[in-house]
Write a protein of this length. Sequence first.
Lengths: 228, 228
Amino acid sequence: MTSGAGTLDEASEAYPRIQRRTLHDEVLERMRDMIIEGTLAPGQRINEGLIGAQLGVSRTPLREAIKTLASEGLVEIQPAKGAIVRKFSSADMRNILEVLKNLEQLGGRMACEIASDETIAAIRALHDAMMEQYSVRNRLEYFKLNQAIHSAIVAASGNDVLVEMHGTLQARIKRLRFIGNEGPEKWAGAVAEHETMIESLEKRDVEALMEVIRLHMDSTRLRVWDVL
Amino acid sequence: MTSGAGTLDEASEAYPRIQRRTLHDEVLERMRDMIIEGTLAPGQRINEGLIGAQLGVSRTPLREAIKTLASEGLVEIQPAKGAIVRKFSSADMRNILEVLKNLEQLGGRMACEIASDETIAAIRALHDAMMEQYSVRNRLEYFKLNQAIHSAIVAASGNDVLVEMHGTLQARIKRLRFIGNEGPEKWAGAVAEHETMIESLEKRDVEALMEVIRLHMDSTRLRVWDVL
DNA sequence: TATAATTATGCTGCATACAGAATACTTGCC
DNA sequence: GGCAAGTATTCTGTATGCAGCATAATTATA
């Protein structure tokens, strides 16, 4: 190692390398959004030529993105027929939520142990912002913050792999969750659970946190039930 | 639904639709194996032209497979530079095993509750076969059965999503685990833990099973430690 | 001889071309 | 009019071509 290396490391910390974005990445992100927003509805076939033209991209990077989406479980590929946006059965939903519950519990447990006060305060800030959006009934922003909180708790575990797995599963049910929270009474219930979650985390009360995560996930299943 | 539908369903159950295998699938499988076997070593750059020629395939399906591998976390893509086989740090290892432990515990817990006696007997059979390979020191076959047992326990939970997540993570550390079990004393330790696992499952003793899975995963970390 | 600048090569990212399968359409027949 | 067979069209799967970036090789310079 020469003396130059140190300087380079310092620089790379201050100015993180900007990573080139390929069309693959761009398309991938766009299509994820389209699925979550419902522009691409569950069960719908994905016409490569059409979507490609729509996004102004050739079929090559688009197909690569589709393969990634398939790996993430958001679309299903039927050879020689094409890809369709994946439809989740109630059994799928139950399975996803069961695993998600466990992952969040693991994340929560670790967060209680190792998260700094600042980290927890940041999560509280997200929660407050969410409540703000709730009070003005801005459902979209509320929803985004809601998701962000769940992610933040898991992230506070410091376990990247956990974050990744959680993110994958969360993406699968994102849309259903969004539709599911439609009724006001359902919405209120979710808000109350969230309040308890934050409090437990602040107190670093693992038992209480485990319980409320369990409750939150189980009631999510009920909230989403009639959507599928 | 017409009367014909019933016949079709029956037929499709008896003779499951053969699914066309695309080059993408084929290449994907091959490359996974190559990574696990070490033909593609961690950190090694993947030359598309080279591998393509080697497999007798054009770059298109190969690139698609690489994108999938990246999504599975087995390779890393650096835009305009290419893909490299992912290198796992000891922190990565710890994170993966932590999540894997939790997933297997969840699977084990559910298996104790809902698995049929036949299912458990089948797992016992796998275990016996594994012990057979152990006694003749056939490390490769032993290893495959070992992995199969872990997968089977998780599969006995009946939760597809859990199986999928478990499989993804298991794939990431497959190679390290294989190398890690090299010393005879390490090997023996793992075998003993497995024996306890099966017994706990047969007794449907959840607590004992949770404990041995915890032990098994933690000691796996130690066994693998010096490999990286 | 070591280093910097410059050229040359190789490889990736993307677009396009083509073959074959799947689907939609049309025509003929009952 | 409804169904079957045959034809046409669309779309996927794969290969290939080309531009641009990254790296290796080469030359120039101190």
